[in-house]
Design a protein. Sequence first.
Length: 342
Amino acid sequence: MSDRDKTVILGLESSCDETAASVVVNGRTVLSNVISTQIPLHTLYGGVVPEIASRKHIERVNQVITEALKEADTTLEDLDAIAVTYGPGLVGPLLVGVSAAKAIAFAKNKPLVGVHHIEGHISANYIEHKDLKPPFLCLVVSGGHTHLVRVLDYGKYEILGRTVDDAAGEAFDKVARAIGLGYPGGPKIEQKALEGDPDAIDFPKAKVADHPYDFSFSGLKSAVLNYINGCKMKDIAYSEADIAASFQKAVVGALVDHAMMAVEQFGENKFAIAGGVASNGAFRRAMEEACEKRGVEFYCPSKILCTDNGAMIGAAGYYDYMKGRRDGWDLNAVPNLALGER
Ligand code: KG4
Ligand code: ZN
């Protein structure tokens, strides 16, 4: 491949509690993927503290970018564009990434490309699956989002359903807190569930009336809290492992049911998952089995590319860049940015 066929993008991500930078070639080849996580810091408070997150992003962003360039043996001059998450997410953290990207783009006279965070999660699938091209179905499940999406083309989405209350990851985090496992809840519940019986407690799989593709997880979270309170009031011992396993089974069941309903309705033969919750082993296995049963090709990013990272922003940014997206110096953080909005 000559250098002319190579489009080199620096992807920056800082929407929540990871400061991340990555150098990605042609949206699919990752030369470096540096992630500085703040999880241990926020664990002290049981969740992400936005002010502290912003401060840490400021402290780390330049170092993370320098490391990503060094690891990729690339200089700022070699870059074709700077891609950055500009929403949705926490406004302070987003502003740090957006400001860093603008500064580099301005100083080096490079194009600036604003990327939607969920589009980034979806695009993480392109990195390790070189054969994956739209159209396909995708379930994006993270701490802030639960979206069932038809990916019609690069950057073109139809949202079939979303959560009407808590996101799936948020439910994991809240239930983990209730049973004293700490933050972030997802990996801790997954670990605890290994020792428990998923059929021990029959937690509900909520449906949303008249909106079959929408999700609701707050009822499930309340059912877990009620179960714990009921046990406490009656002075009955309860098993944290059984609660974790039964809760995880209910979430995974709801996700897989919705996903397979879409497969049947749209006859799509490719299904991808994305977002932090997509790193959950029970969810990955259940989706793989359900897809296999229906002859549907199943895709998921490796676990490190499911949670927030810069490579997914570099991948999404490449397709946005190729479609001609260029942002100006007025690019701003948009905390509640909708998918497909510009
Ligand atoms: O994608 P992500 O890093 O950030 C957002 O965009 O929100 O997702 C973080 C979320 C957290 O709620 C975390 O508890 C959840 O993903 N998560 C998991 C697992 N690992 C992370 N949930 C279930 N099982 C896991 N192994
Ligand atoms: Zn995310």
